[in-house]
Structures are given as structure tokens and as C-alpha cells.
Design a protein around this ligand. Sequence first.
Ligand code: NAP
Length: 475
Amino acid sequence: MQRLANFIGGAFVPPASGSYLEDVGPATGEVIAEIPDSDARDVDAAVAAARAAFPVWSRTPTEQRSRLLLRLADLIEQNLEELVQMESRDNGKSVSLARRLDIPRAVLNFRFFATAILHQASEAHVTDATALNYTLRQPLGVAGLISPWNLPLYLLSWKIAPAIASGNTCVAKPSELTPLTANRLAELSLEAGIPAGVINIVHGLGGKAGAALTKHPNVPLISFTGGTVTGASVAANAAPLFKKLSLELGGKNPNLIFADADLDDAVATSLRSSFWNQGEICLCGSRIFVERSAYDAFLERFIAATKQLRIGDPSEETTDIGALVSEAHMQKVLGYIELAKEEGGTVATGGNRVDRPGFFVEPTIITGLGCDRRVLQEEIFGPVVTVTPFDSEDEAIAFANSTRYGLSATVWTRDLQRAHRVAAALDSGTIWINTWLLRDLRVPFGGMKESGVGREGGMHSLEFFTEAKNVCVKL
Ligand code: NAP
């Protein structure tokens, strides 16, 4: 069985504790690897290695940093199929989704930021005839990067790429549930020639290794993606040290379908926005609201399409729905389905664990629940969606905004003015009109309300990972 090590200062090293955690394959329930149970000592060593590498890396010419990141992107692409299989085995997602979404996006993340830094500009302001002010952007030092298990390499690379492209070095803590592709990335970074200590990866538990990273005095910047409750703990640890902080947190995203929408497209896309990656995407539209006059037609077609989804072995090409990431997460999702029934909801389709080894739950549609029910208020993060009718545009907006979250929203309508009006009224960091998960890496990405603080994406990431100084020169 594969036993992983931490990646510190360009070498693979065992954890200081000598202890290991089991990495369980969600499709079988069997242990597929062992990973370091790291603690503050390992984080200390990784931060020290990152600090040592910072002076040279931050002064490495931009063009050279860019070339190294492009080489890493090429290597990920060349090893795409291996990474696809690995991600699927570790996370439970179907190979077809990993091939379509996860790994290509990791390639794109490195390419995007490798080239973005070549075009970064700075501002200058002439203050009458007396002074010239210019903005000097510089990397901060060691970036602490913490990522979740749902899109493991995609989200890890979304942080590592802008952090190191900007001249920082980093210590990353991937989710303990999905460590395999992060480990492979470490190997590929060596092959790409990225200098030792620029990328460091510490595996282990969030409450131990992750918390040690967020509290570390020599890590001035934390980029965290994960749940809202964990985000609060990260913020509390970072606050006394006034760290620069980006929090990409949970969502309970509304999917608003007006009666004038293209129903074929709305059904087909809602199928993806509900059940892709078993619903384990922060941007999934887990609360569907349909204008009453189209409600029955939508529901009937949506249920029929959901029943066609193929659940099964994620390594098979034809599988649509794989396994949930862990037994604990599956139990949480099943608990919410029970809660939906207790709250008076109707399970229109699905609702059960699939009778096979591993952690499989049927794609589930629940009807008959109001917006104040817990099932419509709390993030389930599984293949469970609610469908609720609305009677007016104002009601649709009120329903959409009725949670503490504000990550993304989808609006289906052919009325152009309504599309803009509703988008402006929604409490969401991203609003998709007649589409879902269409991403341009230049746009600001992040959540409102309890879905996060800060914006990443494009120049927003490059700004986050640098400090802007004002230099004022008297003329
Ligand atoms: P999570 O439990 O919050 O964990 C996220 C990461 O934080 C993991 O690496 C975790 O390590 C670590 N962690 C846990 N406790 C920590 C602590 N006290 N200090 C520092 N780090 C700690 O989230 P998850 O269950 O992995 O991911 C699902 C959540 O992420 C959902 O809420 C989803 O909406 C959100 N998400 C948001 C976005 C976005 O862009 N807004 C994108 C994807 C996912 P362990 O795994 O070892 O616990």
C-alpha cells in the first residue's frame, strides 16, 4: 500500500510523530493509502523551508517563474490520465468528470497564472507637479494554503499557482480525505524544476496540521477554501496576527427558473448543477425555485432525467454518479434526507443509500418544503436538491436570499431586463444567467454573507498574494 510523506524543502519526509492516517477509497470503503498525521513540528519545518526559499524565488525574474509554472502545467497535462484515475479513486467522483473538469482545470490554473504575471501592471499617480506616487506590488513571504476534498487538485492549484507565480513560497495543507493528487503534484513540481522549498505540502488533520498553519507567526497570509464553520475557526486563529485572509466558504445556492425559460436547457443544466460530483461542488444549485406555472412541467422532466443518471463504479466511463467522499459524509447526507421527511417534505425520487460497498447515495429530489426548513437553510453538500414553486419575481428573490449563504445563483429566463434586475437583487458572489459553472478565470470569485471574505480569480488573486506599497517621490 502507498505510504505518503510530507513534501518539505524539495524532499519527501516522514511526519515527526511517526503516525499515519488511513486514506479510504470511497467506492470500496477500503484503505488505499496511508498519509502522515502531521502536527505543528511538521508545519514548522515546512514554513522554515518555505522561508529559506523565499529570498531567491521572490527575486527570480517573472519570465523564469512563468516558464517553470508552464512546465508544471505541461507535466500535469502529460500525466492527465494517471491523475484522473487517482482523483477518482481518492474522492469517489467519476473518471469522466475528473477528466472533463478537475484535472484540465488544474492545468489551466497553472497556465493562467503563469501568463497573468507577465501582464501585471502597476499604477502611478502624479500629484499636481509636486510628487509622483506609484504602487509597488511585492510578494509577502510564506503563503498558507488550505483546500478541501471536493475538487482536490483543482482547488489546490487555484491557490498554489497564483501564490508562487506572484513570488511567494507556500505551505499547502490538502484535505486529509484526498491527499493523492497533491502528493503527485509535489513529484511533478520537482520534475518541472521548481526550486526546493517553493512548494511544500503537509498532510494531516485540519484541526492539527491545518490549525498549526493558520496560527503560525511566519505565515502572513492564509487562503482557505472549505466549510463556513471551519472558516470561522481559521479567521479566529488568523485574527490576532492580523494575517491577510481569503475565505472561500460554503453555499446553499438558489437556482431560479422563470416560466419563460428554455425548459430543455434548464432541465439539462439543472441536472448537472444539482448532481455533478454527487452534489459535492460548492457552486451546486441545491435549492431550485420554479415559477408556479412551469412547476409541474419542470418537475416531471427533472425527475425523469434524474432517474436516468447512472450510479456506480466511478472508474467506469459510463458512470454519472460516483461515491460520496466518506462514510461520515454519507451519513450526514442521509441524515438530511430523513430530516426532510420529518420536516414534512416528499421524496420525489431517490432518498436511499445504494446497496453496494462504498458510500453511494441516490440522486434525491425533495418537494413540499418551505424556505425556513433546515433542509433549505443548511448546506448538505450531497446529491440532494429541493424544488419549490414561487409566484412572483419578488418572491423568487426573497426565497433566493433567505439563507445566511451567498456564494452563487443561477437564473433561467429569456427576459433580458428581468435577468439583469434579478442578478442585481441577489445576494450572491456569482450569478449565472441561463448557464451554470461557466468560468472565466479573470473574473472575481468569492462569496457574500457567510460564503466568504475576499475575492480570488485573475488580478484579484495576484493582488491578494502581494502587498501594495505606495512610494511617493517628491518632484
Ligand atoms: P472543511 O471541513 O472546512 O475542510 C477544508 C480544509 O480545512 C481541509 O483541508 C481540512 O482538513 C481543513 N481544516 C479543518 N479544520 C481546520 C482547522 N481548524 N484549521 C485549519 N484547517 C482546517 O471543508 P470540506 O468538508 O473539506 O469541504 C467542503 C466545504 O468546502 C463545503 O462547505 C463547500 O461548500 C466548501 N467549498 C467552498 C468552495 C468555495 O470556493 N467557496 C469551494 C469548494 C468547497 P481535513 O480535511 O483534514 O479536516
